[in-house]
Design a protein around this ligand. Structure first.
Ligand code: KG4
Ligand code: ZN
Length: 429
């Protein structure tokens, strides 16, 4: 089944076309094409994501990104010799009217859609899937409205996908079976690629514990089976990634904070191995022994703030040591709680998903400690920890197999009628 996946929940406009077959226990996944436009540079000056700017950038970028995506998947054909039906584009007038209605809040997207998409011959895509939450509401709507308009224009069904479910299922792509195209990294730049590798998927044994650590969420989720989720703990204030971002800002480091703090911490860790020095800085491990599976990172952030106030002349060495101790504190708490939950619920697999899953220290610590307990742990492969559309495509396939969600158009109408926000914070939509 060929799936077009769309993700605009935060600061990446991400699209992917996947070809997936097989059942949930042995899916065969091929990435036909992937495109990501990162807004990191845009938001860096604010130290975080600015929702209305994110929306505008998604709105501007999504149509050209989509054309590129189709081209790389060799699915782009222009309709030949067709007279434009209106100055706006080649859709029949009644269709154009309806699309205009669907995209009435996406003023930059609409003219591009009418002009560019109306030129394209309908490609063989079976299903469109789109992130419908949780995320930044204005940003999410760009993806949802684009999916709706495209689904309507081309007569393709559209299914809403939970972003966090995407992060969980991102681990289904591990290293490739055939390394024919190993020069194609999945990076955060605007890239397109045709990659027909078939990915090896790990065998997941249930019950499984998912540790979700992103910029907006920190959750422990118990899975009795595919698609069966029970949240057993979550952060009471800041998410783990958010804490990395905020502490980076205090240290005068760029956004997003996770990768840069992690790099400095790693340098300090390596120096320690050689120097064997005594550590001067200690930070708390909040809620480590609270006896439940909740987290709290806001106190840790405040502890860093107070610490920095006391330090008069902060050298690069001290910055590295703060980064190192902060990273240790976050990782200690995450690993301790995840393993406690794993023991309590006798889980047979641990999955880690979300941007913070790319943290090297978290990876090595959790892998070492869970292997001592004989529990395999799976992290997303490089590039699939942070937001991407590939994971949304995989979650989409599982949803389609499961036929759990009603079609998007019905859901969206419900959402609008009930004046509810699409971006819900919990996993079950
Ligand atoms: O999943 P994601 O891309 O977006 C959300 O759904 O929120 O996660 C982004 C978060 C950011 O807060 C970023 O600082 C963090 O993931 N992050 C990291 C690392 N790489 C990204 N945190 C710690 N270590 C990293 N290497
Ligand atoms: Zn995410």
């Amino acid at each position: 089944m060929k799936i077009l996946a769309i993700e605009t929940s935060a600061d990446e406009t991400a699209l992917a076309i996947l070809d997936i077959t097989g059942n949930a226990n042995a899916p065969k996944i091929k990435i036909l094409s992937e495109a990501v436009a990162s807004q990191i540079a845009l938001h860096a000056q604010y130290g975080g994501i600015f929702p209305m700017m994110a929306k505008r950038d998604h709105s501007r970028n999504i149509v050209p990104l989509f054309s590129g995506l189709l081209k790389k998947a060799k699915m782009f054909r222009e309709i030949s010799n067709n007279q434009p039906a209106s100055p706006a584009g080649r859709f029949p007038i009644s269709k154009e009217k309806q699309i205009t209605k669907i995209l009435d809040r996406e003023q930059e997207l609409l003219p591009q859609f009418l002009k560019e998409v109306s030129k394209i011959k309908i490609p063989k895509i079976d299903h469109i899937v789109v992130t419908s939450g949780p995320g930044l509401e204005p940003a999410l709507w760009v993806g949802i409205n684009f999916a709706q308009a495209l689904g309507f224009a081309w007569g393709i069904p559209v299914t809403p996908i939970n972003h966090m479910e995407g992060h969980i299922l991102s681990i289904l792509i591990q290293e490739s079976k055939v390394m024919a195209n190993s020069k194609l990294p999945i990076t955060k730049q605007k890239i397109y690629k045709k990659d027909t590798r078939e990915y090896k998927t790990p065998k997941i044994q249930f019950p499984t514990l998912a540790l979700l650590v992103s910029g907006g969420h920190t959750e422990l989720v118990l899975m009795k089976d595919w698609m069966k989720y029970k949240k057993i703990g979550q952060t009471r204030d800041d998410a783990a990634g958010e804490a990395f971002d905020k502490v980076a800002r205090m240290l005068g480091l760029p956004y997003p904070g996770g990768p840069v703090i992690s790099k400095l911490a790693e340098q300090f860790r390596n120096q320690l191995k050689i120097k064997n020095e005594k550590l001067k800085i200690t930070l708390p491990r909040p809620m480590m022994y609270s006896g439940d599976f909740d987290f709290s990172f806001s106190g840790l952030k405040t502890a860093v703030l107070y610490l920095l106030r006391e330090i008069k002349d902060r050298t690069d060495e001290i910055t590295k040591e703060v980064a190192h101790e902060f990273e240790n504190a976050v990782v200690d708490v995450l690993v301790h709680k995840a393993l406690k939950a794993a023991e309590k619920y006798k889980v047979r697999t641990i999955i880690v998903g979300g941007g913070v899953a790319s943290n090297t220290h978290l990876r090595s610590t959790l892998t070492a400690k869970s292997s001592a307990l004989n529990i395999p742990v799976y992290f997303p492969t490089k590039g699939l920890s942070t937001d991407n559309a590939v994971m949304i495509g995989i979650a989409g396939y599982f949803q389609i197999l499961n036929k759990k969600n009603p079609p998007l158009s019905r859901r969206i109408n419900q959402v609008i009628r009930n004046k509810k926000i699409v971006a819900k914070g919990n996993l079950s939509l």
